[in-house]
Design a protein around this ligand. Structure first.
Ligand SMILES: CC(C)(COP(=O)(O)OP(=O)(O)OC[C@H]1O[C@@H](n2cnc3c(N)ncnc32)[C@H](O)[C@@H]1OP(=O)(O)O)[C@@H](O)C(=O)NCCC(=O)NCCS
Length: 152
């Protein structure tokens, strides 16, 4: 079995998120979109992580998260993500808890999770931040998808 490899696409003016594509041969098995923001505090925002529907539960999601977290640890910067799908699928969702098991902290009663958060950033600051990021990613995801398509 061929080993997965990570293809990294830097941010561009058209697609401001950096894209990591996990490939096995010419098959696209996973993708993550990550963008750096210096305000209101320096952080990397995980706009999306996903694996191909026929390639789930094989550790590829973990590989993409490992890659993201190694950047956070190397830079000492915070990570923020909005785990909409698991959160809205509710208490029984098998994916709920995936990020906490990896050391992410959930902002209570929200789908927002953080890693390496600097002191002094409150829950309300994060709610506002994620509301803005959601809109930004909704605007850019169309160009991300058409330029460098994710797995189906
Ligand atoms: C979330 C997602 C990326 C996980 O990808 P994956 O390749 O299946 O993940 P992995 O095989 O690496 O597993 C990661 C962890 O999730 C757990 N997991 C994944 N799918 C699971 C399932 N259906 N049931 C139970 N646990 C599951 C694994 O046990 C593993 O946990 P561990 O690291 O504590 O052992 C994938 O399900 C997906 O693309 N979902 C749709 C998009 C999405 O919801 N993205 C996240 C929000 S943007």
């Amino acid at each position: 079995m061929e080993k997965p490899r990570l293809e990294k696409y830097p941010a561009t003016a058209e697609s401001p998120a950096k894209i990591n594509r996990l490939m096995i041969g010419d098959k696209h098995v996973g993708v993550s979109y990550v963008q750096y923001f210096s305000r209101p505090f320096p952080h990397y925002y995980l706009g999306y992580v996903g694996t191909a529907t026929d390639e789930r539960e094989k550790g590829y999601g973990r590989m993409l998260m490992d890659e993201f977290e190694s950047k956070l640890l190397a830079t000492g910067r915070a990570g923020v993500l909005n785990d909409m799908l698991a959160y809205h699928n509710g208490v029984g969702s098998p994916l709920l808890g995936m990020y906490e098991r990896r050391g992410w902290q959930r902002i209570p009663h929200t789908s927002v999770l953080t890693f390496n958060l600097p002191p002094g950033v409150g829950a309300e600051d994060l709610r506002k931040l994620v509301a803005v990021r959601k809109q930004q990613f909704a605007r850019t995801s169309k160009s991300n998808q058409s330029n460098r398509a994710g797995p189906k």
